[in-house]
Ligand binder design. Structure first.
Ligand code: PEP
Length: 254
């Protein structure tokens, strides 16, 4: 049975005090209200990881994630953060390949492959994001593009390593736009990604990979999207900044 994982991507939001408050609220609500075995991940800004890690120490199923990492182990890389630094403050998950990293920072699938390796070598879980822009979908090339993103960043991995990766399908046109993919569009792409994994690694391995959906997930659309058979959770941006909304989305993952 694959894991169900709902992760919040705070992006560049929340100062430390606000981040602590949001974390405490989420931890308490999850403890009181979430009865399913869903794992919850808070992907906070780097500077908050160390102290938020302490706030999560007593929580069974709320975990800590970072939003990026360096592909390098250490050295003269001003402004960068290594996987061993992340690991040393209790980080368990690292988002790799977010569309904002692709678009604003020029990061490529080849670089993501190296970052995925670094995260796995440090014993953390990469959440690898893939997804097409609107013009690609309109040209009906979305499946070709997304499966290529998956191959290029992940297909150098062994089957054992691949099984430690979480994939997040995030259509770029749905991120932060209020426009979500329909549940049928999400299911179609998730099934295509899983079939693509099966083609390379076999059906048994593909069936074990958690594939999250991300893109304007809100409490009122989460139930329908999460009910799709190949949707195993969500990567949540804007709605993860409000504890009530975020926990309501977590509760939608049954
Ligand atoms: C994201 O940034 O990963 C995301 C899905 O954002 P939003 O939920 O705000 O669309």
């Amino acid at each position: 049975m694959r894991k169900k994982i709902v992760a919040g991507n705070w992006k560049m939001n929340k100062n430390l005090e606000e981040g602590h408050q949001l974390t405490s609220e989420v931890v308490n609500m999850v403890k009181d209200e979430v009865t399913s075995d869903v794992q919850v991940v808070l992907c906070t800004p780097f500077v908050h990881l160390n102290s938020i890690s302490k706030l999560l120490a007593g929580s069974k199923n709320v975990m800590l994630g970072a939003q990026n990492c360096s592909e390098h182990a250490s050295g003269a890389y001003t402004g960068e953060t290594s996987v061993s630094m992340l690991k040393s403050v209790g980080t368990q998950f690292v988002i790799i390949g977010h569309s904002e990293r692709r678009e604003y920072f020029g990061e490529t699938d080849a670089l993501f492959a190296k970052k995925v390796d670094a995260v796995l070598a440090a014993g953390m879980t990469p959440i690898y994001c893939c997804g097409e822009k609107l013009e690609v979908r309109e040209a009906n090339d979305h499946i070709k593009l997304v499966t290529a993103q998956v191959s290029e960043a992940l297909f150098h991995l062994s089957a054992d390593a691949l099984q430690k990766v979480v994939i997040a399908y995030e259509p770029v046109w749905a991120i932060g736009t209020g426009k979500t993919a329909s549940s049928a569009q999400a299911q179609e792409m998730h099934a295509e990604i899983r079939a693509h994994l099966a083609g390379k690694y076999g059906k048994n391995v593909a069936e074990e990979i958690t594939i999250q959906y991300g893109g304007s997930v809100k409490p009122d659309n989460a139930v329908e999207i999460f009910a799709q058979p190949d949707v195993d959770g969500g990567l949540i941006g804007g709605a993860s900044l409000k504890s009530r909304d975020f926990v309501d989305i977590v509760k939608a993952m049954k």
